[in-house]
Ligand binder design. Structure first.
Ligand code: FAD
Length: 499
């Protein structure tokens, strides 16, 4: 039986990102993916938020995405745009880039890291014991892994087979989404009526002066809200045609669809992100309405939270209990996404009182403080893992500062390209000795002269040292003393060598 340390089920955005993270840490990881190639039917997610771009920047691959997409102010809440151009980040914007391109670029990176992908193969079941998991594949093949991670989407077989509860709310609304040709020219843009929101756009577009300008030709991207939540199962061209006629009085001679799908506001979250040797990430762990474009972003960031932790457990530098922090940190993040998408779905309802509420929210969000807070939430820049009391940086994203080191200027994010933790000493050079963790943690002496500013929070006190985790979050902050450093190093990166 073929063995791997970690088997990932599903090579969508979450599975690919996780595979890259594990490979960087030297873990023997493989992906099993049902699709025969990375090609995706339909474009699905429309892009990346600021924090996800930052996370890709941590690994030195953000430019691959930025060079193919279109930078724009994409953060919004219930249709109210939230400008983040004044935020203290190197990427104060989002990126318009369809999911099929995001997956292709991620797959290219994972290929460079030589991760094997069993394509055209489906995981059909598994059994876990004290030492690992036997994974059954279609066509009778099987794999053995120390850990199995379900990145297999909202209908996750891994979640179901593990018996993990998926509590939440059934759909109240559904929309058909499609890409097709139309004989007649529809008016592009959004329409609201008694049923809800509908839209026509084109796959190909440019951002000019902050506005989406569709190209004159090419397939039309259609979104039409249905009268009642549609049934499970694949919608047909006929369903789409009927829904269009009900809203627009015509189907514009729709033909040659390349993708027809249905999304709903079903809102559910896995009660546990792990069960012994089986873990969940991405849509397998949380599903919600697409409002605000947060699903893919949350999945990729789940992967970056889990990757280094799972690698340390597999490499025996940390105890299994480190994996509990994955649930503890990421479950609340997705719970908040579920809450804000439910609120946005409620606010998109068509009747007059809801419109009044939506307009009131919009008025509130035009004020600076609410705008900053909601923008930081929707772009993922305000994520705060609860690592206890302390400095404002503790548990928050490390800013990408321009440092001066003995070897010249350096960006903080550059230090994290290999996904190895960093103790950044901004005080007296040579003031730290972490020899006992030297095999795992980089010690960098540097100077930084600017201010310290966090999105939504504003200026914070300059620390004299910070311990930065591979996912770019701050695990310990020094204020002239080294109190608590040894504990933080042990908690996050394992016992000292001599112990
Ligand atoms: C209309 C729409 C618009 C959206 N817009 C946005 C947006 O703008 N921004 C955003 O962040 N998100 C958006 N999303 C959500 C986003 O598409 C998902 O959150 C994202 O694809 C989740 O990634 P994933 O890797 O977790 O799961 P998936 O993309 O679902 O990938 C799961 C993979 O697992 C494979 N698989 C499943 N079962 C098995 C099995 N048993 N064996 C082997 N392989 C298996 C599948 O083939 C698939 O490749 C949108 C979604 C929709 C529907």
């Amino acid at each position: 039986m073929t063995e791997h340390s970690v088997v990932i089920v599903g090579g969508g955005p979450t599975g690919l990102m996780l595979a890259g993270e594990l490979a960087l840490a030297g873990v023997d990881v493989a992906i099993v993916e049902r699709r025969a190639s990375q090609d995706l039917a339909g474009s699905r997610a429309g892009g990346l938020h600021s924090r996800t771009i930052e996370v890709l920047d941590l690994r030195g691959i953000a430019d691959r995405f930025l060079s193919e997409g279109q930078v724009a102010q994409v953060a919004a809440f219930a249709g109210t745009p939230l400008d983040i151009s004044d935020f203290p980040t190197r990427h104060p914007y989002g990126l318009g880039l369809w999911q099929n391109h995001i997956e292709r670029i991620l797959a290219g990176w994972v290929g460079e890291l030589a991760v094997p992908i069993y394509r055209g193969r489906e995981v059909t079941g598994f059994a876990q014991d004290d030492n690992g998991v036997d994974v059954e594949l279609s066509e009778g093949q099987s794999l053995r892994a120390e850990y199995l991670v379900g990145c297999d989407g909202g209908r996750s077989l891994v979640r179901k087979e593990a018996g993990i509860e998926f509590p939440g709310w059934d759909p109240t609304t559904s929309s058909l989404i499609a890409e097709a040709e139309m004989a007649e020219e529809p008016e592009l843009g959004i329409r609201r009526d008694a049923r809800g929101i509908h839209s026509f756009g084109r796959l190909e577009y440019e951002i000019r002066d902050g506005e989406v300008v569709y190209l004159d030709e090419g397939p039309v991207r259609i979104m039409v809200t249905e009268e009642h939540p549609g049934p499970a199962g694949e919608p047909t061209l006929r369903d789409l045609s009927e829904a269009l006629i009900a809203v627009y009085g015509t189907d514009y001679g729709i033909h040659s669809p390349t993708w027809i799908s249905r999304f709903t506001d079903m809102t559910r979250q896995a009660a546990a992100y792990l069960d012994r040797r089986v873990l969940l990430a991405g849509d397998a762990a949380h599903v919600h309405a697409p409002d605000g474009g947060q699903g893919l972003n949350t999945g990729v960031q789940d992967a970056v939270n889990l990757g280094w932790k799972l690698a340390q457990v597999v490499n025996r530098t940390s105890p299994e209990s480190l994996l509990d922090t994955y649930h503890a940190e990421r479950h609340p993040v997705a719970a908040r996404v579920l809450r804000n998408t439910m609120a946005q779905v409620a606010l998109r309802r068509p009747e007059a009182r809801t419109k009044a509420l939506r307009d009131t929210m919009s008025d509130l969000l035009s004020m600076d403080e609410p705008r900053r807070r909601f923008a930081a939430m929707m772009s993922g820049l305000d994520i705060h893992y609860d690592l206890g009391e302390g400095h404002s940086l503790l548990g928050r994203r490390m800013p990408d500062l321009d440092l001066v080191t003995a070897n010249g200027p350096l960006r903080v994010f550059t230090l994290l390209h290999d996904a190895r933790p960093v103790l950044l000493n901004l005080g007296e050079p040579g003031g730290f000795d972490i020899t006992l963790w030297a095999d795992r943690v980089q010690l960098i002496d540097a100077k930084y002269v600017g201010t310290w500013e966090l999105p939504a929070l504003g200026a914070v006190t300059a620390p004299t040292a910070v311990l930065i985790r591979p996912d770019g979050y701050v695990a310990w902050v020094g204020d002239l003393t080294q109190q608590g450093l040894a504990d933080a190093l042990t908690t996050w990166f394992g016992s000292p060598i001599a112990a």
